[in-house]
Design a protein around this ligand. Sequence first.
Ligand code: ZN
Length: 284
Amino acid sequence: MSFDNSGNVLVFHRANNIWDSSTFDIQNVYQHQSKGPIAGNTIIAFNRVSGAVADEWGAGMFYMPHGITVDRESNVWVTDVALHQVMKFSEKNRTHPELVLGTKFRPGHSEVTFCKPTAVAVLDNGDFFVADGYCNARILKYSRSGEFVLSWGKNAFGGTGYAHAPPNFFAVPHALALASDRNLLCVADRENGRVQCFNTEDGKFHSQFHSQVIGDRLFSVGYSPANGGQLFVVNGPDLHNGPPTHRVLGFVIDMGTHKVTSKFGQFENPHDVIVSPDGTEVMH
Ligand code: ZN
């Protein structure tokens, strides 16, 4: 989910494709290639006030949509976990990507291949970051032309929780938020239940954010510079059986004090959150 530059809310959806135990083999190769891509439009722009569909596209290209973001030049960036690819679409051409990174249907862990990449974040100068992803647990930085710059992150595998996971270890880097005014890239470290923020220049660890009220699963993060800097996050349902120990909600974290200052929403299994720059509108 993302805002575009007209203030619409962009959703990248999977139609009827469900991610279950038959979707990938043990090598992370997508098993339903022969069914072809999702036939209908997968990218829908909704007017954020009326909810009316303002635009829709992206038919016949994607298999298992995951992340979507819009940069300041109105390019739309998406990740598809079945394709193991990242694509950039210019505003003029919504049928052929201007840039494709990764090898179609082939998981990898090199500078130019991914394994179930989850998200993209684009700096004002066009350089961008890829969260990669479900299997590799790392962040990669590229120049605006797609040249590899640097990568960081180690795999914490199942997730050890924020109390134990050291900085730089990820258990599914699941979403990205840029805090451009602070030169920080903040990563939803999903199964460690925390947000880790890194310097956008060199990828060095800067700070992390977590809370007992959020718990050990944190699915997405958004940023607003308002009120001294705030992170908007959503947590996830407990994985264990038995009575839930955490309510599934949105939370606002003050970046100065690291404290949860408010809560919003009430979800079953949220996947994403976005926030308007002034911090007054949150979509999930
Ligand atoms: Zn996901």
